[in-house]
Write a protein that binds this ligand. Structure first.
Ligand code: SAH
Ligand code: SF4
Ligand code: F3S
Length: 478
């Protein structure tokens, strides 16, 4: 029997967030597809949803005689699952393509496909601009991949960037790529109906649609039965999840959370991303009710200035956001982990607006955050109606101040954990040593501790003894 290692690579140094969440571990042999003759190599850029999509793509293509490989040089088909969120995300893919030119010249039979958000944004233009690309496939067209590959093999270029109002790939069981065997992502919805003025996602991912709740619960149950101990429910705006069941009752996000939490008390449940305007008390109370729903909320603010928030079309203002934070703390307590996304230097942002962002951060004291300089995306409402008028050096300086502030707060919040005992799910060895394990607590904080006789997938109680702004260090206690 042929042993096929899987092939998903995450290349997004820019986006620490994605690296954090995707957590690449060692390659793991896949259940092999012994009849598969052709080798497929996939690289994923961008957010967890892209990561999850690559697992769907691998599954669709496995049915079509492809097995994944981690060795690009032995692949017949190379797929780059791309991100378009910021200019540099696209630049990275273009550089990668340049790197592939010599290989493509040497091995003429290698086919290269661009998937994901950049494919959707640029469509046939990508074929014109990047000559080595054979195929351009948008996020809702992955079922068509076998046909598109046939077209390419017949010597044509192939494109499908059709966006669907229904596609959720609900019936496709993802092939877990580069999995640690303990934690997994489950896509619960696709697309986004919000129109944040800076954001390209509504154009690259199409309309929001929610996946059949039963298929989500089944996927979580199957994962648990295979030994997984944590699932993260994924969507651009999970709180607006809404699904109509056959008996006509509506499943809300709070209902879904409860259904997944009931799979087993030993299955941890996380979710991302929450839009401040949509997260309800009902969700917060559901989190409180179940020990296995992790007390951690990623609640991007984007700015602390009401004027900027209005221009961003985020539909809440500073006070409303602060009220939401108060509510989280009231219902879930001070310990509940909260993280942010912030954009520095959005159109017309003044020094005063920037100070508002810093003072909002002081109010919330986020556990951590993901911070970006504004990058204008073509054809978004901001690109059409506003001027990207904050100079790069000012954006850079403001971003550095936001990052420095976050570092202080992360350290402060981590220091609060010293001396406390947390239940930790072991995810694997620590990066530095095989004598140490690492895993996260409920609040999503990474903790490192001597391994003793434990292994990944175990739950252990860890006493935190020291910390940095990024990690907690401790040892196992009874
Ligand atoms: N759906 C999520 C965000 C998805 S994109 C939400 O609403 O919060 C992830 C993050 O990228 C955003 O939260 C935002 O902070 C950042 N981002 C999006 N578009 C951007 C742009 N044009 N320039 C800089 N950062 C951007
Ligand atoms: Fe983009 Fe806003 Fe949708 Fe998030 S909620 S994906 S920022 S449009
Ligand atoms: Fe990027 Fe698309 Fe995700 S633009 S952040 S890969 S939804």
């Amino acid at each position: 029997m042929e042993l096929v290692t899987n092939s998903l690579k995450i290349l997004n140094e820019e986006d620490k967030k994605d690296l954090d969440v995707a957590r690449i571990s060692e390659d793991e042999p896949l259940a092999t597809n012994s009849t598969a003759k052709r080798k497929l190599y996939i690289e994923s850029y961008g957010c967890q949803m892209n990561f999850a999509d690559s697992e769907i793509v691998a599954s669709i293509l496995r049915e079509n005689d492809f097995a994944t490989t981690s060795k690009i040089e032995e692949a017949e088909l190379i797929l780059l699952n791309t991100c378009a969120i910021r200019e540099n995300a696209e630049q990275k893919v273009r550089h990668r393509l340049q790197h592939l030119v010599p290989m493509k010249n040497k091995r003429k039979n290698v086919k290269i496909g661009i998937l994901g958000c950049m494919a959707e944004r640029l469509k046939t233009k990508l074929l014109e601009e990047e000559k080595i690309v054979d195929m351009v496939v948008g996020p809702d067209a992955y079922r068509d991949l076998p046909n598109l590959i046939n077209e390419v093999e017949e010597g044509h270029k192939a494109v499908n960037v059709f966006l669907s109002r229904e596609e959720t790939y609900a019936d496709i069981t993802p092939i877990r790529l580069d999995s640690n065997g303990v934690t997994a992502f489950i896509s619960i919805m696709r697309g986004c109906d919000n129109m944040c003025s800076f954001c390209v996602v509504p154009y690259t991912r199409g309309r929001e649609r929610s996946r059949d709740a039963n298929s989500i619960v089944k996927e979580a149950t199957d994962l648990f039965n295979q030994g997984y101990k944590e699932v993260t429910l994924l969507g651009q705006n999970v709180d607006s999840y809404k699904w109509q069941s056959t008996d006509n009752s509506t499943v809300t996000f709070a209902n879904l959370l409860e259904m997944v939490a009931q799979v087993s008390p030993d299955l941890r449940v996380r979710f991302s991303t929450s839009h401040p305007k949509d997260i309800t008390d009902e969700v917060l109370y559901t989190m409180k009710k179940y020990d296995n729903i992790c007390k951690y909320i990623h609640l991007p603010a984007q700015s602390g200035s009401s004027r900027i928030l209005e221009l961003m079309n985020r539909t809440y203002d500073r006070e409303w956001y602060m009220g939401k934070i108060d509510r989280i703390r009231e219902i879930l307590g001070e310990e509940c982990g909260i993280s942010q996304d912030m954009i520095a230097g959005f159109c017309t942002e003044t020094e005063e607006d920037h100070q508002d962002t810093l003072s909002l951060m002081d109010y919330v004291k986020y556990d951590y955050g993901y911070m970006f300089a504004y990058s204008e995306r073509p054809n978004t409402p901001a690109a059409k109606k506003l001027t990207d008028d904050v100079p790069d050096d000012v954006k850079g300086r403001r971003l550095a101040e936001i990052i420095a502030k976050q570092r202080e707060h992360s350290l402060e919040r981590n220091q609060m954990s010293v001396g406390k005992i947390y239940k930790v799910l072991v995810e694997g060895f620590s990066k530095r040593s095989q004598e140490h394990l690492s895993g996260r607590n409920d609040q999503n904080k990474m903790i490192i501790f001597p391994r003793e006789n434990f292994q990944k997938g175990d739950y252990v109680n860890v006493l935190v003894t020291e910390c940095s702004s990024a990690t907690l260090i401790g040892h196992i206690v009874e």
